[in-house]
Design a binder for this molecule. Structure first.
Ligand code: NAP
Length: 244
């Protein structure tokens, strides 16, 4: 019996760092989800294996309910002995624009990936967790979902929705020893933030720097561990003091 973790969007950035931490710290077999970047996902797997861990690729578009259903149901069918104990809903995209210019597709794309994607994946994984009476679900929210960020009405709405869903689901499944928490990063170095003016923006961060993906991964790893058994329905900020 293998204890497994599914990390969505684990080919790059925060998801990659989370996948590596869960394999290393908790010795979980990691299902590395990605949308299209197979080479990067293979690189995540190679790095996990180089550290003595194990994993496999599980591609699907989190925004497609049917694609997610097929991939997860097939995996569960093919691995009847294994337990999917940890789910990290990390996949997300930004399509920034001011509301007056925001096209419907920019709004829908962000909601469908970041918010509905969490529903699509969690819906199938939580059934398995309920049956096994154990689970850890960690949702990658954002400071945008708490504070609201101009130019990100779509993204702020998706992440705010994710935070509210975290609190609701935590209460539904607490009796089954399943915890559900959200992590809310501020500015973290990754492809998503590479076009931002870091020198300018870091002045607003009390710690005067962007965070590293590995720092977020350490927090996720703790929430996924047995040490965090009594923490549920929480949103934990990790933003260098920018906002709380
Ligand atoms: P990133 O570097 O752009 O990586 C995004 C990851 O999500 C990639 O692995 C990508 O896969 C995957 N992905 C995108 N759309 C997907 C879909 N429809 N289905 C499956 N996978 C999909 O982003 P990041 O900075 O690591 O962000 C990760 C999460 O943290 C996001 O939810 C983001 O909103 C959140 N966050 C980030 C920051 C930050 O400062 N970076 C701050 C707060 C919150 P491919 O490689 O195949 O494209």
């Amino acid at each position: 019996m293998k204890k497994c973790a599914l990390v969505t969007g684990a080919s790059r950035g925060l998801g990659k760092a989370v996948a590596m931490s869960l394999a290393k710290d908790l010795e979980l077999h990691v299902l590395i989800n990605y949308a299209s970047n197979k080479g990067a996902a293979e690189d995540t797997l190679s790095q996990i294996e180089a550290n003595g861990g194990t994993g496999e690729l599980l591609p699907f578009d989190v925004a497609s309910h049917e694609e997610v259903r097929q991939a997860i149901e097939q995996w569960l069918k093919d691995h009847p002995e294994d337990r999917l104990e940890v789910l990290v809903n990390n996949a997300g995209v930004t399509r920034d624009n001011l509301m007056v210019f925001m096209e419907e597709e920019q709004f829908d794309e962000v909601i469908n990936t970041s918010l509905k994607g969490m529903y699509n994946v969690t819906r199938h994984v939580v059934q398995h967790m309920v049956r096994k009476r154990y689970g850890r679900i960690i949702n990658m929210a954002s400071l945008s979902g708490l504070k609201g960020v101009p130019g990100q009405v779509n993204y702020s709405a998706a992440k705010g929705g994710m935070i509210a869903a975290t609190k609701a689901l935590a209460q539904e499944v607490a009796k089954r020893k399943i915890t559900v928490n959200a992590v809310a990063p501020g500015f973290i170095t990754s492809d998503m933030t590479k076009d931002l003016d870091e020198d300018q923006l870091k002045k607003f961060v009390p710690m005067n720097r962007f965070g590293e993906a590995e720092e977020v991964a350490d927090l996720v790893s703790f929430l996924a561990s047995s040490k965090a058994a009594y923490i549920t329905g929480e949103v934990i900020n990790i933003n260098g003091g920018l906002y709380s």
